[in-house]
Design a protein around this ligand. Structure first.
Ligand code: PHE
Length: 446
């Protein structure tokens, strides 16, 4: 049997897993979700979900991936054929997320160049420029294709050689860039209003929808509920301790989201803008903020969008890898061939969702265009269901001893919180996710 690929080093694994977690979810989505949902209260609820539900599910995904040495579908299937569907939901989620993610990745790439070529010369025109750009039938498609080609090239190179190498260089770059931007933002006059907005919770506006949005954001941002961390865990050496690694990845992910919030809101309030700009927040408000900074603005802008593109890329490669690992493990395909076929489908869905923001805006599924459809379907439905199924599977199908064995490296390492974790996974998380999902969905329908 051919030896399964492995991560080249521990730090490489952490970088790759954190690279998967830290992405558009943290820098593009988190600030606008927080802005739309009232700021501090949303952030607190989100943090609660991340550390109670997300961290536990991540530990379970790592454990199941490494135990079975298989990606999502194979891992479920190796315990019971009846559970194959849960893995398949994960592969489908990867396709759906990749239906819109490369579009935003492409925008980000485009904005690196736009920042340097006059976008910020007229702050008043930036909003219209964004609307015009994403609605254009050709330009964003080109950028999305470039972004997807990067993904295909990296994943075709395999685990240690491609994804890990890229993440090891790109992730630290991102952290440095963000820290730099955050410092700039909090030292602007009037920045404290922005800090108050994110750190002073107001629970009066919290609804079922807020809860579901926070839960979906937690799963999305940590790359959970669709087998991604099962797949990454399956490449991890038996020597590593899983709970520690999960905690580091979670802390990094939260850290970057909060950094992004602290980079954006103080500046936003300092310039007297509204926090509820929606998905355009990063692409409209941030360039305006930079434009107001004078001559240095375009450079700051370019740096910001390089960071965003980098973050997006290390996440999208993990999504592509979920599909590729499935094709390799379950369909016996070669890596390169799997990458090209999965990538090919993603090019088609990417084109559909990019066009849905312009010339194809009339074509809708359940009342929304392709872009929103892919986004809402994964964030609000698939990931929550996937996370709940994973918890039920770990709690009720996998043997408790197996999990204990995996999480303590056969008793060699301590995991003092094992029983608490196990009860969370077995009882609390399935019920909590179901309650939040029902509350959120009934709330939307009203
Ligand atoms: N976590 C990534 C982000 O925040 C998105 C992602 C979701 C990646 C699910 C892999 C799996 O951008």
């Amino acid at each position: 049997m051919k030896q399964r690929e492995n991560w080249g080093s521990r730090i490489g694994f952490i970088m790759a897993a954190a690279g998967s977690a830290v992405g558009l979810g943290n820098i593009w989505r988190f600030p606008y979700m927080a802005g739309d949902n009232g700021g501090g209260a949303f952030i607190l609820i989100y943090l609660g979900f991340v550390f109670v539900i997300g961290l536990s599910v991540m530990i379970a995904e790592f454990a199941i991936g490494r135990r079975t040495g298989l990606a999502a579908v194979g891992a479920y299937k190796s315990y019971s054929d009846r559970w194959t569907f849960a893995g398949v939901i994960g592969v489908l989620s990867a396709f759906f997320i990749m239906g819109f993610y490369p579009v935003v990745g492409g925008w980000s790439l485009a904005y690196v160049f736009k920042s340097l070529t006059g976008l910020m010369s007229d702050a008043g025109a930036i909003g219209d420029a964004f609307g015009g750009f994403i609605g254009n039938p050709v330009e964003p498609l080109g950028w999305m294709l470039v972004f997807l080609v990067f993904n295909i090239l990296i994943v075709a190179k395999g685990i240690a050689g491609g994804i890990e190498k890229a993440a090891r260089i790109l992730m630290p770059t991102l952290l440095v860039l963000l820290a730099f931007l955050t410092l700039r933002s909090v030292t602007l006059p009037g920045a404290s209003a922005g800090l108050e907005f994110i750190f002073k919770p107001d629970f009066s506006e919290v609804s079922g929808q807020t809860l579901l949005a926070a839960l979906g954001q937690a799963f999305f941002s940590l790359s959970l509920g669709m087998g991604c961390m099962i797949t990454y865990g399956s490449y991890l050496s038996k020597k590593e301790t899983l709970p520690n690694n999960a905690l580091i990845v979670t802390a990094l992910d939260v850290g970057v989201a909060i950094l992004a919030g602290v980079a954006i809101f103080p500046a936003l309030f300092s310039f007297g803008m509204e926090p509820t700009a929606g998905p355009g927040l990063v692409f409209v408000v941030v360039p305006i903020i930079f434009a107001e900074m004078g001559a240095i603005g375009p450079l700051f802008g370019a740096v910001f969008f390089i960071a965003l593109t980098v973050a997006a890329l290390t996440s999208s490669v993990s999504l592509l890898e979920v599909v590729v690992a499935y094709l390799i493990d379950q369909r016996g395909m070669e890596r390169k061939k799997s990458v090209y076929s999965a990538g090919g489908i993603m090019i088609v869905t990417g084109i559909l969702s990019s066009l849905s923001l312009g010339v194809m805006s009339g074509v809708t599924i359940f009342g929304v265009g392709f872009f929103d459809f892919f986004d809402i379907l994964t964030d609000k439905i698939f990931l929550a269901i996937g996370g709940m199924l994973l918890a039920i599977f770990a709690g009720w199908v996998v043997k408790k001893e197996d999990l204990y064995d995996e999480l303590t490296n056969s008793g060699e390492k301590e995991f003092g919180l094992f029983n608490i974790w196990y009860n969370l996974i077995k009882y609390v998380i399935p019920i909590a996710v179901a309650v939040v999902a029902v509350m959120g969905i009934t709330d939307i329908e009203q």
